[in-house]
Design a protein around this ligand. Structure first.
Ligand code: BJ8
Length: 384
């Protein structure tokens, strides 16, 4: 598999470097909007000449502070995100003019009420499902409501032409990211799942979208050239894994990196910080830009949707196209939607696809690192 590139940045290094870029942006008068969830249509921020920055946190550091307000038994992503805001230790939260939340899971939506006391947090009302008649019109209305909020907040007008331009720009970025992620289809594996995931998350701290597009395209060319010269036609006995479940930036080292060190290749990361959000594009030719955005974003296959059949269709397709031997699901502790849906994921993977499945429930601490490594080792033995 291709080694990490020389200029490879870990997630923490990229986050750290992004602080200065963000400060420069703010000093130059740029608008900055903090976001949490993949359902939020980023195109509207670009159309408002603002840069979005993801605020989902992955560190255990601010969790004790968060637990002075929030209950202990909610997901670490929620606690860490709120903890950073409460202790004023996240420069991205600090520099955000406005925070955009959404009613995905219960913990997050109630946390946003408290976050709003620290910084204005506008909450989009996400439908719980996508299969009922009013789902698209409801989400379309919410997208228009967000556009109006931005217009009011910044005292600007966001035209449909600006939104169309932003749709084309984001689609170009999706193409570049998807081309890079689809290198995971190559047999034997061309690059590590650790790189795939880290690069996507790290990119969210580079705020120039054209630079991100260039960066993904260049890395994809480099990896493909390496694979054709060094790997094509060779065999490998390393099992190929699909990783699914919750966003994994806070647990990537102890799960994805560890399983790869133990001898597997994570060839596709089917999560919000992986391929899940990059598959569909927004229809650039639709008459109604708001409906086009609503259709793309409501199609994201997060477990907060009920029912969630597209998640299984998508997972099946990815398992086939990426030649997957087994599936690991990462569930952040107390994430009820992914935890409950894991029963159906297990049935789908084992009964319909005939492959082994392993669910790992964890948080951001290092306490279970050894136990996780042992379980991953046992899982790989099953696959060999
Ligand atoms: S679209 S995955 S980014 S909600 S892990 S906070 S669901 S209790 S992060 Fe997510 Fe949007 Fe879905 Fe993606 Fe709640 Fe679960 Fe915590 Fe979660």
């Amino acid at each position: 598999m291709q080694k990490l590139p020389q200029n490879f940045e870990t997630y923490d290094e990229a986050r750290q470097k992004g602080f200065l870029r963000m400060k420069d942006l703010k000093d130059s008068g740029k608008r900055v909007i903090g976001t949490f969830c993949s359902y939020v249509p980023l195109e509207l921020f670009y159309a408002a000449d603002a840069v979005p920055v993801g605020l989902c946190a992955s560190s255990e550091e601010p969790i004790p502070a968060a637990e002075t307000v929030l209950p202990r038994n909610i997901c670490p992503l929620i606690k860490a995100s709120y903890g950073f805001a409460l202790t004023d230790t996240c420069p991205y939260f600090y520099f955000s003019d406005l925070v955009i939340g959404e009613t995905t899971c219960d913990g997050k939506k109630k946390m946003f009420e408290l976050m709003n006391e620290i910084k204005e947090t506008y909450v989009m009302q996400l439908p719980n499902g996508r299969d009922f008649k009013d789902a698209i019109p409801m989400w379309r209305n919410e997208i228009i409501r967000l556009k109006e909020k931005l217009e009011d907040f910044y005292q600007i007008t966001i035209t449909e032409d600006k939104i169309r331009e932003a749709i084309k720009l984001k689609n170009r970025e999706r193409d570049a990211i998807r081309n890079y992620l689809e290198l995971g289809k190559l047999v034997p594996a061309a690059l590590s799942g650790y790189e795939l995931g880290t690069k996507i998350d790290a990119a969210s701290f580079s705020f120039d979208i054209e630079e991100r597009i260039r960066n993904f395209s260049e890395r994809a060319d480099e990896v493909l050239a390496y694979w054709e010269a060094e790997r094509k036609g060779k065999t490998s006995d390393r099992p190929r894994l699909l990783v699914t479940g919750c966003p994994n930036m806070g647990v990537r080292e102890k799960i994805i990196k560890t399983v790869e060190e133990l001898g597997a290749d994570c060839v596709v990361i089917d999560t919000c910080n992986g391929i899940r959000t990059q598959m569909d594009k927004v229809d650039e030719n639709a008459d109604d830009v708001y409906e086009a955005l609503a259709r793309k974003y409501l199609n994201i296959t997060c477990s907060v949707m009920s029912p969630n059949a597209p998640r299984f269709e998508e997972m099946g397709r990815l398992m086939d196209e990426f030649h997957v031997d087994g599936v690991i699901e990462i569930i952040l502790q107390a994430c009820h939607t992914f935890a409950v849906e894991s029963y159906n994921v297990k049935r789908f993977v084992t009964e319909q696809k005939g492959r082994p499945y392993l669910a790992i429930e964890t948080d951001y601490s290092q306490a279970d690192k050894g136990q996780i490594a042992t379980r991953l080792g046992a899982f790989l033995e099953m696959l060999s």
